[in-house]
Design a protein. Structure first.
Length: 136
């Protein structure tokens, strides 16, 4: 085999390895994990609960996650989030300031049975979405 063909094959192999390595880094990097300097938008931000019901014994908890996202769907970090609800709910602010994913975390418990509406807000707006949780 001539040296020219061998060098061409070796060059193509090296180029292929470089492309795979660069491509893997692009695929594995997550846009959502990058904190943006943009402001969160009311339309893209959301709140959810898991589970949506618990025993009203003051011990069982419902986890509330709030995500503040900008207009491109990227998490907005370092924003304070508050929950609004009935005063008979105990709201534990686990992580009231959003992290690099735009996520804030709260735990709810109650000693009084009932269905409760929960809303989340920042200093700029109240999220459009509200959730209902049930304590039995």
């Amino acid at each position: 085999m001539s040296k020219k063909i061998l060098l061409t094959i070796l060059g193509l192999l090296l180029l292929l390895i470089i492309l795979l390595f660069v491509g893997r880094q692009v695929i594995l990097s997550s846009r959502a994990s990058t904190t943006t300097n943009q402001l969160p938008t009311r339309e893209n931000s959301y709140i959810f609960a898991s589970p949506i019901q618990a025993q009203a014994n003051g011990q069982e908890k419902i986890r509330i996650n709030v995500f503040l996202l900008d207009s491109q769907g990227l998490g907005v970090g370092q924003k304070q989030v508050t929950l609004s609800s009935n005063p008979s709910l105990n709201i534990e602010a686990v992580q009231p300031q959003t992290d690099d994913f735009g996520k804030a975390i709260f735990n709810l418990s109650s000693s009084l049975p009932g269905k409760y509406q929960i809303s989340a807000s920042t200093s700029d707006f109240t999220l459009k979405q509200q959730i209902s949780v049930l304590f039995l």
